[in-house]
Design a protein around this ligand. Structure first.
Ligand SMILES: Cc1cc2nc3c(=O)[nH]c(=O)nc-3n(C[C@H](O)[C@H](O)[C@H](O)COP(=O)(O)OP(=O)(O)OC[C@H]3O[C@@H](n4cnc5c(N)ncnc54)[C@H](O)[C@@H]3O)c2cc1C
Length: 384
């Protein structure tokens, strides 16, 4: 099996295939490029990937939501629900794990094109039995084999700013002037440092929106680094073609509400690796297995994304209305950044929460299905 891309999805697929007995080669173009990522994950990612504690920069116990007009609601939970990871360290560690399991790594080496079952790279050509495309949101392999792109490509930009952040809190800022059809965030990222980012449909405007937000929120603070990338929202109808499997961002395996792709990509990549280790005849199981696992939560998130289109004046009413005991209590018991459907289901079954949520439910076109469905994201054994 050959894997194009040594990001988290590629490394997890390589590890799973090597553990399953396959001969594996990973081809990674830019091992030293800083990843464009905030590194925010939930506990499921830590468990699934069996991550060492040294990769965790911060434990998160609270989220503060800020409405366009400045109204604030903060939800604090009794236990840790999120982690900020050293994302560069994560990529390196996952690739080392794949190599320890027996995968060969060519790095730096870029995939340049395909002819039949031959992959051409800057380090030479290689024959493959199965090709896993883990080459990110703008996947070239996806284009070469004629698979469709993800439903939508949004832009995610972020800056590292020298500023004290609340050690255990994420801020989420809403507003059409700030992040059209998206949101902005502030996350602690090491001593005296925060990652400030935004996810938006605004394409080329994204960096100026980010600069404006940073200048307003962190007056006079030094910006150390800025970066941006595409965020695929909604997987294409097909993520495999013959001997080629798309995984991770290349397959749009991303949480549609947040744009987070580390966990969903890793879940699907592991399935891809397991399936590929079973040989070509096993490949059709990939599409079925990953959609069974992630499909419901992705469908839920795609529907929920419509809430980002709510008018600012509605958000200004909704955010303070969330500040009621029943919602705080349910966030405490049901809040899960990897499975937001769980909290929504709980809220929908509590009539006392309906008043605050009604405009959101109306905006997303009803969340009736969420009430019935469990979401397919069940626990997997750790990655060892
Ligand atoms: C600003 C921003 C913030 C984000 N924050 C979060 C977050 O907090 N939490 C979260 O879960 N997700 C976050 N994401 C999303 C997350 O970064 C991605 O979902 C995740 O990196 C996807 O992993 P991947 O392995 O599929 O792709 P990538 O991480 O993009 O890796 C693809 C790899 O393929 C390599 N490659 C590409 N083309 C070739 C080629 N031709 N030959 C060889 N190698 C190639 C690249 O060099 C790269 O290493 C964020 C994204 C952005 C843009």
């Amino acid at each position: 099996m050959v894997v194009v891309g040594g990001g988290p999805a590629g490394a997890v697929a390589a590890h799973a295939a090597a553990r399953g007995g396959a001969r594996v080669l990973v081809v990674e173009r830019s091992p030293h490029r800083p990843p464009r990522c905030t590194g925010l994950v939930g506990p499921t990612t830590l468990d699934l990937l069996a991550l060492p504690p040294r990769l965790v920069l911060h434990d998160l116990r609270a989220v503060r939501v800020v409405a366009p007009g400045g109204a604030v609601v903060e939800f604090r939970v009794p236990d840790v629900r999120g982690y900020v990871l050293d994302r560069r360290g994560l990529d390196r560690w996952l690739l080392e794990r794949a190599a320890e399991a027996g995968a060969e790594v060519w790095s730096p080496a870029a995939a340049m094109g395909l002819s039949g079952r031959r992959l051409h790279t800057t380090a030479g050509a290689v024959e493959f039995e199965v090709l896993v495309a883990a080459d990110g949101a703008a996947s070239a392999v996806r284009r070469w084999v004629g698979l469709p792109p993800p439903g939508e490509l949004l832009v995610g930009v972020q800056a590292e700013v020298e500023a004290p952040g609340a050690e255990d809190r994420v801020e989420v800022h809403l507003g059409s002037m700030l992040a059209p059809a998206g949101f902005a965030w502030v996350v602690p990222a090491g001593e005296g440092m925060v990652r400030v980012g935004l996810l938006t449909v605004a394409g080329r405007e994204a960096f100026s929106l980010l600069d404006r937000f940073v200048a307003r929120r962190f007056v006079g603070r030094r910006v150390l680094r800025r970066e941006g990338g595409l965020i695929p929202i909604g997987p294409p109808a097909t993520t495999s073609a013959g001997r080629v499997l798309l995984v991770g961002d290349a397959a749009g395996q991303v949480k549609p509400l947040s744009g987070g792709g580390i966990l969903f990509g890793a879940i699907a990549a592991r399935i891809a690796g397991e399936v590929a280790a079973g040989g070509v005849d096993a490949l059709p199981a990939y599409e079925v297995r990953w959609r069974a696992k992630l499909g419901e939560e992705i469908a839920f998130g795609l529907q929920g994304r419509r809430a980002f289109l709510l008018a600012d004046r509605e958000l200004d009413r909704i955010v303070p209305a969330l500040d009621r005991p029943v919602i705080h209590r349910l966030v405490g018991t049901e809040g899960d950044i990897d499975r937001p459907s769980r909290l929504v289901r709980a809220l929908l079954s509590h009539p006392s929460a309906w008043g605050a949520l009604f405009p959101v439910v109306r905006a997303v076109g009803g969340w009736g299905r969420a009430r019935k469905q469990g979401g397919g994201l069940s626990a997997d054994p750790p990655h060892r």
